[in-house]
Every structure is written in C-alpha cells, then in structure tokens.
Design a protein around this ligand. Structure first.
Ligand code: ZN
Length: 262
C-alpha cells in the first residue's frame, strides 16, 4: 500500500479493485501508438492498458478523508469484480465508519460506489458537477443510475456540500473540466495534486491528445491535461491519479511522468 506525507497529511493510495489488462484501443480509441513508440512501449506495453480503481485516504488534522470512493461492493460494470474498500481501509488503520469527509473529483460510477456505505461522512462535490448529473440528458445510463442510487439520497439528506476552493484545511480544489463538466483536481498540503481522471494513464502526460473514451468533452480534456501538467511542473507538486497502477500511483512531472520509487 503506497503512501506519501505532505504537510502533516498522510495520503494513502487504496485499491478498490483492478480489472484485467485490456486492449489499449478500446479505452483510448484515437491513440496512435505508432506515432509515439517510446511512450507506448513504456506505458502500453503489448498494446495493453493496465488500470485500477483507487480512492485516496487522507489522514491528518481533518480526520479520515476520502478522495473518491471507488466502484462499490458489486461492480456491475465489470461482472465478477468485487470492490474491497472496507478491506483497504482496515489495512490503512481506518474503516467506513471513521470516514467523516469525502471529496469527489467527479461523479462517474467508479468514483461514487461506496457512498451509501459511509454513514458518518459529508460529501463535497463541485456545483457544476452536481448540476450536470442532477439535470436532464446527463450522459451514459450507468453513470446516471449510479448518481441516482449513490448521490441523490445524500443531496436529499443534506449531506452533499457544494465544494469550492479550500474544502478542508490543507485540501484545495482546482477546476479541471473535460473528463466531466465539473471535474476537479484535489491539491493536498500545497504539495500533492490528486488529479482525478485528468489522466487515466501516465502516457497522457507525454501525449495529452490521447483521450480516454470516458472523456466527455475531449477538446476541454486535452487543454486541462496540459494546464494541470504545467501547474504541477511549475510548482514542483507530486501528482497522483486513481487509475494509475499501484506501483506508478505517485510521481513527478518532468519531460514525462517519473514515478516515485517504492
Ligand atoms: Zn474514473
């Protein structure tokens, strides 16, 4: 279980579940691997995309805080996969009951699944993100279903808070639209940027034009990838992303992505 400490906050990378590697062309339909052979060889070896569904646990002055909450106990989107957030929290010394805050990067199905199982948490989301998914014609049915099942009851119960800028002490939001309309990155301790789904794979840091099929506004996602990478590079921030494999979950941005060694 990988973790880093930033300004007194320990950030632990949890794995809710990890699907089997799949053909890169399915997830990145426009990626021309032959045009960037070194990037492709390093991050899509064998033409395969390896991924993970990974929330982050923040432990420090704010209590136990989650950034996103995984697929959930039954991963209907990937039949046969079972989410293991409770086990991961236990291994990190926490539990579903102890989580008091959840910060969403966005409201896709693989980021909201355990929300109904966190009885003591307040949930923070960008107003633009909630407005999108609460409105008509929001998008693919499995995301709409997940928001209706996992998030709408929280809004009714007054447990969904519209998050802007500093959401908790040392936890600041940076708008990163494109993947979804209200997608945001989470800056921890002014030193670690949890980028959400800005990137699904480190290859996209070198080649921001390679969109994941789930990017809702691909042109905006390309702009955001460039802007977020430049911010991280200029400020010397560590970066992390929940879909990077566990060994590559934390790293720095130089010419490309440089994972922290274990
Ligand atoms: Zn995702």
């Amino acid at each position: 279980m990988r973790s880093v400490e930033v300004a007194g906050i320990r950030v632990v990378a949890l794995t809710d579940c990890a699907p089997a590697p799949a053909a890169c062309g399915y997830s990145f339909p426009e990626a021309d691997l032959a045009a960037h052979p070194e990037v492709a060889a390093r991050w899509f070896s064998g033409g395969e995309f390896r991924t993970r569904f990974g929330p982050f646990l923040l432990r420090g002055g704010n209590g136990d805080v989650l950034v996103d909450c995984g697929m959930g106990p039954e991963v209907g989107y990937f039949p046969g996969l079972l989410g293991d957030l409770p086990g991961e929290l236990a291994r990190a010394g926490s539990s579903l009951d102890r989580v008091t805050e959840v910060v969403f990067t966005h409201l896709h199905v693989d980021h909201v699944g355990w929300a109904p199982y966190l009885p003591n948490a307040l949930f923070h989301v960008a107003a633009a993100e909630w407005a999108h998914w609460a409105g008509p014609g929001a998008g693919l049915a499995h995301h709409v279903e997940a928001v209706g099942r996992c998030i709408a009851p929280l809004a009714t119960a007054g447990r969904l808070v519209m998050a802007e800028r500093e959401v908790l002490p040392g936890v600041r939001l940076i708008a990163a639209p494109g993947h979804t309309p209200g997608h945001q990155a989470v800056l921890v301790g002014e030193g670690l940027l949890i980028a959400g789904d800005t990137w699904h794979n480190p290859a996209q840091i070198a080649v921001p034009q390679w969109c994941h099929r789930a990017d809702m506004d691909k042109a905006a996602a390309v702009v955001t990838r460039g802007r977020i990478a430049a911010l991280a590079r200029e400020n010397g921030w560590l970066v992390a992303a929940g879909h990077f494999t566990a060994e590559n979950v934390f790293g720095r941005i130089g010419a490309g992505f440089e994972p922290l060694s274990a």
